[in-house]
Design a protein around this ligand. Sequence first.
Ligand SMILES: *[C@@H]1O[C@H](CO)[C@@H](O)[C@H](O)[C@H]1NC(C)=O
Ligand SMILES: *[C@@H]1O[C@H](CO)[C@@H](O)[C@H](O)[C@H]1NC(C)=O
Ligand SMILES: *[C@@H]1O[C@H](CO)[C@@H](O)[C@H](O)[C@H]1NC(C)=O
Length: 216
Amino acid sequence: EGVNIRGKIKLDSCFQNTQPPNDHSPISRKEFVRFLLATPTKSELRCQGLNFSGADLSRLDLRYINFKMANLSRCNLTQANLCCSNLERADLSGANLDSGNLQGVKMLCSNAEGASLRGCNFEDPSGLKANLEGANLKGVDMEGSQMTGINLRVATLKNAKLKNCNLRGATLAGTDLENCDLSGCDLQEANLRGSNVKGAIFEEMLTPLHMSQSVR
Ligand SMILES: *[C@@H]1O[C@H](CO)[C@@H](O)[C@H](O)[C@H]1NC(C)=O
Ligand SMILES: *[C@@H]1O[C@H](CO)[C@@H](O)[C@H](O)[C@H]1NC(C)=O
Ligand SMILES: *[C@@H]1O[C@H](CO)[C@@H](O)[C@H](O)[C@H]1NC(C)=O
């Protein structure tokens, strides 16, 4: 509620300004919910390039939305349903996506530096794999997330916390895992070829890591 009030103040002060409101000023939860309620579930709502920076989008049904290149930095996306949404090249830096549904999400080349993704579900039972190829995931916290089959090829997970994650069959080829905490993870059949594991923590692994998984 605090976030809503703050968002409103921001909007009001924007309209009171002598200068015309900036087109790039972020969209508030209130405005956005109005759009959502007027849209059928599976329509790919066109949010490409829009600015949501700092908005409270927590607990909303955001399935199938096109957020390509949108600015979602520092957004509250906790418990949001982002199933099958497109977040390619979106700015998710510092956002909170804890307990989110990220099944089949497209996050290629997105910037989620410093974001929190604890207890997220990336596993689509229908087999559609979450794609985070080339994403900037520096310093993210993904503790306890379900990521079977996820594609993290050439992504940067430097200083990230991936404790107790399910990474079975994940693609981590060419991934930068420098100083990444992977303790308690299940890396069965994960592909770590050409990944940078300098300083990475592999303690209390659920399944032993085979040389063949990490050799080029
Ligand atoms: C989006 O909104 C933020 C916060 O008001 C602002 O700093 C930024 O310049 C805006 N524009 C873009 C393109 O992100
Ligand atoms: C998104 O908005 C933030 C301000 O909240 C700004 O610092 C950042 O540069 C913006 N990102 C992009 C990609 O424009
Ligand atoms: C984010 O949203 C959740 C759920 O609505 C709320 O409990 C939490 O306080 C919010 N966090 C921030 C930083 O506003």
